[in-house]
Ligand binder design. Structure first.
Ligand code: MN
Length: 192
């Protein structure tokens, strides 16, 4: 048994011009695959050899945890975007986001600010907390909110490899592109 390297949920050129085919080739085909391969190498002949990726994240440590979280985070990130995404959220989702942020636009603004202030590599997350509050939090490196008992709703990869080919150092422009692709339906499904 090994953990699965999931198919990209769209073609490599489907997110252009916001995210190029070249970026997806490297980001999915090299970076994401690399994390999956490292997990599979690390778990062979260990107690994790038949474990689910989520369990490895919750119970593993060190480089195994780091690679497992990166494998999970990337799949979640691909699903956070869609070639049919962007625009405005549906009325019900907009109402829910307004409860927590004032409006869905203010949610986006806060998300962008968090992504901008993240120092170095990491992920910006929209999170459902156990008390029902929706918050936006950064996690550095491979960080994943599940390890704090929180439920991920949406994520943006803010490692430089996610945007450097398309936007060079301009993380803010990459975030603008991300919102053109955001998969509101995926967020809605995660909210349950
Ligand atoms: Mn990445």
């Amino acid at each position: 048994m090994s953990i699965n390297f999931p198919e990209l949920p769209y073609t490599f050129d489907a997110l252009a011009p916001h995210i190029s085919k070249e970026t997806l080739n490297y980001h999915y085909g090299k970076h994401h695959k690399g994390y999956v391969d490292k997990v599979n190498k690390a778990i062979s002949d260990t107690k994790f050899q038949n474990a689910k990726l989520e369990d490895i994240i919750l119970e593993g440590d060190g480089m195994l945890l780091a690679n497992a979280a990166q494998a999970w985070n990337h799949t979640f990130y691909w699903n956070s975007m869609s070639p049919k995404g962007g625009g405005e959220p549906g009325a019900e989702l907009a109402k829910e986001l307004a409860k927590h942020f004032g409006s869905w636009g203010e949610m986006q603004q806060t998300f962008n600010e968090k992504a901008a202030e993240l120092f170095g590599s990491g992920w910006t997350w929209l999170i459902l907390n156990s008390d029902g509050k929706i918050t936006i939090e950064d996690r550095i490196e491979e960080g994943n909110p599940m390890t704090d008992g929180k439920k991920p709703l949406l994520t943006c990869d803010v490692w430089e490899h996610a945007y450097y080919l398309d936007y060079k150092n301009e993380r803010g422009k990459y975030l603008d592109g991300f919102w053109q692709l955001v998969n509101w339906e995926f967020l809605e499904r995660n909210l349950g």
